[in-house]
Design a protein around this ligand. Sequence first.
Ligand SMILES: Cc1cc2nc3c(=O)[nH]c(=O)nc-3n(C[C@H](O)[C@H](O)[C@H](O)COP(=O)(O)OP(=O)(O)OC[C@H]3O[C@@H](n4cnc5c(N)ncnc54)[C@H](O)[C@@H]3O)c2cc1C
Length: 331
Amino acid sequence: MAGMSAAHELAERGFSVDVYERQPHYVGGKARSVSVPHTGTDGRPDLPGEHGFRFFPGFYRHVTDTMKRIPYGTNKQGVFDNLVASERVLLARFGKPPLPALVNFPKSRADLETILQVLVHADTGLNASDIKLFAHSLWRILTSSYERRQQVYERQSWWQFMQTDEQRHRDGYAPGVPFPYEIYCVGGLTHSLVAAQPKLMSIKTGGDILLQLLLLTANPAAHTDRILNGPTNEVWLNPWLAHLTGTLGVRYHRHRYVTRFDCDPFSRRITAAYVRPDVGAPRSALRPTTTFRRCPWSAWPSSSAPICWPWTRHWASSKPWPPPPPRPSTG
Ligand SMILES: Cc1cc2nc3c(=O)[nH]c(=O)nc-3n(C[C@H](O)[C@H](O)[C@H](O)COP(=O)(O)OP(=O)(O)OC[C@H]3O[C@@H](n4cnc5c(N)ncnc54)[C@H](O)[C@@H]3O)c2cc1C
């Protein structure tokens, strides 16, 4: 969806845009739904599978803003109106009953009961020291400056910051054996909240997401968690593709594989890109293609040499920019 977002923003500003997508069928990358083959009977489409949860936290700004600019039926705010607020989250666990959790500020007796139910059924195995360390770590992030987040927390892993290995030792668990602090406060949290690996995710990313979610639950007017009212492809990505390629005139090239970018170290600009037509093509077909049509002016390179975009040369020579290309026909 980063490519679709970039295409959307550029096309709205009058640029002529080509998107090269490796996938032959799907768009939207990891965000897409994946049809389960042969599940559609009696002429119905195959069942849409989602590769994970698909939630849009209340602190999102950019994705939701883009969604408002994707038309959908009679929706006033386009695809954005396909988001619905969820009230409860069920945390599924192996071999134990799932934990119902409240994700918004409690507004009824039933909400309070949900919170209390967790106390009864939780059975997490966490001890007082685990809880104390977890609270201490969150408080450290919450009270850290922007500079510390950028300079220090961006360079350290969530696993390390949460003192996972030290706590394992203190709790008396052998190396490699999953233990409650790791399951609920470190790995479980990153896996279930953002499908991220705790040893790779930075403190800044993990901490910022977690704290924003926690702070949202304290805001009675906010929706911490929103989900789509249908399969992701149907209620978001396919209408998006139609809007991009229709109204906005973006050219979408599927089954096109970008193999290389050349960059100019001085201007820090991309000077050439190589696109190969087919993922499964034999190696002889791997030469750079001249169909990379991002170049809007007449100076097309004639051979299979890397394609130099004229505007990068203009930047380098400080010449005035050529006029923008005409907008493609939207018919
Ligand atoms: C299980 C799971 C659940 C998630 N749940 C949520 C959630 O609930 N809410 C949320 O906000 N986020 C969620 N995420 C994260 C979110 O899905 C990703 O952050 C997001 O999809 C990343 O988008 P992207 O465009 O950066 O990358 P990608 O989705 O990886 O897209 C990259 C695109 O580039 C194409 N491509 C790759 N290489 C080439 C090449 N050489 N040439 C041409 N094309 C190429 C790919 O085919 C793909 O279409 C989840 C992630 C996972 C794994």
